[in-house]
Design a protein around this ligand. Structure first.
Ligand SMILES: Nc1ncnc2c1ncn2[C@@H]1O[C@H](COP(=O)(O)OP(=O)(O)OP(=O)(O)O)[C@@H](O)[C@H]1O
Length: 686
């Protein structure tokens, strides 16, 4: 069988800029993309990588720039630093909410360039690539213009090696021609360029052509040599011929995919440096520029926390108003009750007062509107029709019987017991309103009896249950649901907002491929995380301050302890929210799933943090594990600080701080774990 001589270029070329040997890469056992591929790019040349769609050109380039990893083989670059490589991915991966110039400055900073240098390069590139005004936003440009911006970003730092994945797709022939001319000009200055293209004729201008198919190179020669060697008139014919030869040959080949020991990564010297001030400045510049553009983000930052706290305080925990209650009063017509201060003694047989009026006076306030009915049947019918919430029925001899019941003590007769009873029927289908009505009926009865007995110069305690509630140790008698839930709402705000903001920011950049392009340009995870955490901290402080001002100054919720201790706890809670959002963005590759997991987690936290209902009332199985959830002990500690004035050293508060810090560490560990073991997690296949 005729042997195919693949390359006269490879070998130990001392002037090669890129040398790839035995490159193997697969995405799954059945999806082998590179299968022992060898490639050599001589210095100062253009290398045109050709091959059918899906043959693995992009995968190979991704491995060269370190976007993804080889399973086996080696990649050697003649350059040492990331800033010596310019990379243009197939998808644009640009920040399209930034202007052309802002993108140039951002990448320029990442490559350590000065303002003047970036400015000078920008003017040159904009003229060469025929770009519109540098102040145009990338998302307002045409597809071709965006592609040219992407080329310019790869060129901005005048790198020694350029890796361009289909740069001329969608460009007009005149512009493509000028790009090729520029590339040829660059090779004269010693630059090496790898370019992929589907336009085979265009590739004739390359110094070397690599024909890729089936995970290997079929040939690697200059275009002329390639055609002459195979007796073909054009490159297309040569490619078809070689493909055919490979097909016949591969039947006899029995390639064994090597067992990968550990992933092979292109190594750059600056990969060891986890933090550089210059790159950090670039990342901060980009993040702050994006923030300026994000109006919705500003809504999240300022308006949403205010709105949420305001709505919470105005919608929840207050007493209902204007509840209609039916009254059937057989003792006196309600309209005849004078509702003036009643001073006579009902125990006095000569008094003709109707005590039912006094009771109604106690009950009647802004919560209740009493509606007079003349019989129970009509009133109960209206309860069923939802016109009134319940019925109070006073008997004909209510006052007299009550007087006999109080005066008679244990000797009172059964008839007086029956007639002195206030009968009530309440709609309890709405638990909150039903409970309000029940509580107020009892409270009014106790107050009214006390008043009536006081008027008789009797001890008012005769009319109450034999128990008394002394001054509360913590809290007050008019404590309501808001006081109980305000700390939980504060903790949830502090956790929720940073988590969705961070998750959203990181995932947008991850899915848009910007994260990867930045990493290829040398940005490290530490630099990116530091920048996000710093910005989010400022945002978090603004949000928490606004929420606390509303909660404790405007709405006067209980705040007995140290505001400082509470603020520190909320600050750490916000940081754990940030890391949680970051973790979601690292794990997920889908915006919808991330949104669901973020919102879902927050709903779970709502239920398990004691916001809606006390933890003490949870099912015992849930209760035994609910302390594990991120906010359970935090809310407990915050509640202790706010309503019980617990100091930092109180075990409850220490426990809250401990749990919040532990959750921070857990989230950081999961992020670290994913980034360590899923090396190409930022490489999103579009
Ligand atoms: N992250 C990934 N996970 C799984 N499969 C992938 C991934 N990235 C690429 N592939 C698959 O690997 C194969 C090679 O893809 P690649 O993008 O490298 O081809 P290509 O030669 O650049 O194609 P084109 O010319 O169309 O851009 C394709 O079948 C693609 O679906």
């Amino acid at each position: 069988m005729e042997e195919i001589e693949i390359s006269t270029i490879s070998g130990n070329n001392p002037h090669a800029s890129v040398i790839i040997r035995n490159a193997c890469k697969r995405y799954s056992p059945s999806a082998v993309i590179l299968n022992g591929l060898n490639l050599t790019v001589p210095e100062g040349t253009i290398y045109g990588l050709l091959g059918p769609s899906g043959c693995g050109k992009t995968t190979l380039l991704n491995c060269v720039v370190g976007r993804t990893y080889l399973d086996a083989g080696s990649i050697q670059l003649r350059v040492k630093k990331r800033s010596e490589v310019g990379y243009m991915p197939q998808t644009l991966n640009l920040h399209d909410q930034m202007t052309i110039l802002e993108n140039f400055f951002f990448y320029g900073y990442l490559f350590g360039m000065s303002n003047e240098n970036i400015q000078a390069r920008a003017i040159d590139l904009m003229a060469f690539l025929d770009l519109p005004s540098g102040h145009r936003f990338v998302n307002t440009l045409s597809g071709g213009q965006q592609r040219r911006v992407s080329i310019a970003v790869a060129f901005i730092h005048d790198p020694k090696i350029l890796i361009l994945d289909e740069p001329t797709v969608g460009l007009d022939p005149v512009l493509s021609r000028s790009i090729w001319d520029r590339l040829l000009e660059m090779t004269k200055k010693g630059k090496s360029i790898i370019i992929t293209t589907h336009y085979i004729q265009e590739a004739r201008q390359a110094n070397t052509i690599g024909l890729m198919r089936g995970g290997v190179l079929l040939a690697e020669e200059s275009p002329i040599t390639l055609m002459e060697k195979h007796g073909c008139a054009d490159l297309e014919e040569a490619f078809l011929l070689l493909s055919h030869k490979q097909e016949t040959q591969s039947k006899d080949m029995n390639l064994v995919y090597p067992k990968s020991s550990r992933p092979v990564k292109t190594y750059f010297e600056d990969d060891n440096k986890t933090f550089s001030r210059k790159k950090f400045r670039g990342i901060m510049y980009k993040n702050l520029t994006l923030l300026k553009r994000e109006y919705i983000f500003m809504v999240f930052v300022v308006i949403l926390p205010i709105l949420q706290t305001y709505l919470f305080n105005t919608a929840i925990g207050r007493k209902p108003k204007n509840l209609h209650l039916a009254v059937v009063n057989d003792e006196i017509s309600t309209s005849d009750c004078s509702y003036s201060a009643y001073t006579g003694c009902f125990l006095d047989e000569n008094q003709t007062v109707a005590l039912s009026c006094l009771y109604m006076e106690f009950l009647q306030n802004e919560t209740y509107t009493l509606v007079e009915y003349y019989n129970d049947t009509t009133a109960l019918m209206d309860v069923r029709k939802n016109k009134v919430w319940g019925l109070l029925h006073f008997t004909e001899n209510y006052t007299r019987s009550l007087a006999h019941r109080v005066a008679g003590g244990v000797n009172v007769n059964a008839e007086d017991i029956t007639y002195s009873n206030l009968n009530t029927w309440i709609d309890l289908s709405n638990q909150y309103i039903g409970n309000f009505i029940r509580y107020d009926i009892v409270r009014s009865m106790i107050s009214f009896l006390k008043q009536a007995l006081k008027n008789c110069q009797e001890n008012p305690k005769i009319g109450t249950l034999p128990l008394s509630f002394e001054q509360p140790i913590f809290g007050s008698f008019d404590e309501n649901f808001i006081s109980y839930a305000s700390t939980a709402i504060l903790c949830l705000c502090c956790f929720f907002f940073p988590s969705i903001l961070t998750g959203g920011l990181v995932l947008t950049e991850k899915l848009g491929g910007m994260m990867e392009r930045m990493m290829v340009a040398g940005a490290t995870m530490i630099e990116m995380m530091t920048s996000i955490v710093l910005i989010q901290m400022v945002v978090h402080i603004i949000q928490t301050t606004l929420v606390m001002i509303l909660m404790y100054l405007v709405f006067d919720n209980p705040m007995e302890g140290s505001l400082f201790t509470l603020s520190v706890l909320m600050f750490i809670t916000g940081i754990s929210g940030m890391f949680f959002g970051f973790m979601l963005a690292v794990i997920n590759t889908d915006m919808t799933i991330t949104a669901y997991s973020g919102i879902g987690t927050n709903i779970v936290l709502c239920f398990t943090s004691g916001l809606v209902w006390p933890i003490e009332a949870e099912h015992y199985l849930l209760r035994s594990v609910s302390w594990i959830f991120p906010l359970t002990w935090t809310v407990d500690a915050a509640r202790g600080i706010c309503s019980k004035s617990y100091s930092f050293l109180h075990p409850f508060v220490l426990r809250g701080f401990g749990s919040t810090i532990a959750w921070n560490l857990i989230f950081i560990y999961v992020i670290y774990f994913f980034m360590k073991y899923k090396k190409d997690m930022w490489n999103i296949q579009k």
